[in-house]
Design a protein around this ligand. Structure first.
Ligand code: GAR
Length: 201
């Protein structure tokens, strides 16, 4: 059984969809720990409700990013996780965590990368006037939202959309493709070749 850690900074609806897919038997994984940089993150409550260990580690308690990441990596290692799943974790993961979990960190981003990396991606896309928005699951590398792409879903922009209605439809697709991508990893079906992720049969 694939052991995962989920890192989240906010509401945790992607965490919830991962939990729901595990509980309904669609995802062969176990969440060993949910970790947040924000003690008030609702994601932590979602974890506790499902009897999953919930850990909060504030960045401000550490002098440097490296010290902070060393603590995060130590906690993740103590749970012997195979995969680190970023689900609305609003920090750039640095080399300390990446070195500890090389090729085993995944992220979901609410845009069709490489367009609109960074913060408020749905808003960036909406303001730009795209006709097709979407979301991307990718492996994490040292860049910002630049790692090899695993799955994407397109979300057409409708006339009458506001950024909020668009954000909501993108989120529905995030909830669908993130558990799928984790399941592909769990089944050993993902192979990274340079920039490309090959999905094996
Ligand atoms: C999601 O839309 C996710 O794609 C985004 O934050 C939201 C978290 O929602 N992540 C990023 O923008 C990362 N750069 P959630 O807490 O309800 O899962």
């Amino acid at each position: 059984m694939l052991k995962i850690a989920v890192l989240a900074s906010g509401s945790g609806t992607n965490l919830q969809s991962i939990i729901d897919n595990i509980e309904s038997g669609n995802l062969d994984a176990k969440i060993e720990v949910v970790l947040s940089d924000k003690s008030e993150a609702f994601a932590l409550e979602r974890a506790r409700k499902h009897h999953i260990d919930a850990v909060s580690i504030g960045r401000k308690s550490f002098g440097s990013k490296e010290d902070y990441e060393q603590e995060v990596a130590a906690v993740l290692k103590s749970y012997h996780v195979d995969l680190v799943v970023l689900a609305g974790y609003m920090r750039i993961v640095g080399k300390t965590i990446l070195a500890a979990f090389s090729g085993r960190v995944m992220n979901i981003h609410p845009a069709l990368l490489p367009a609109f990396p960074g913060l408020n991606a749905q808003d960036q896309a909406f303001q730009y006037g795209v006709k097709v928005a979407g979301c991307t699951v990718h492996f994490v590398d040292e860049g910002m939202d630049t790692g090899p792409i695993i799955l994407q879903a397109a979300v057409p922009v409708q006339s009458g959309d506001t950024v909020d209605t668009l954000r909501q439809r993108i989120l529905e697709q995030e909830h669908r493709i993130y558990p799928q991508a984790i399941q592909l990893f769990a089944k050993g079906r993902l192979k990274v070749e340079g920039r490309k992720v090959i999905v094996r049969n």
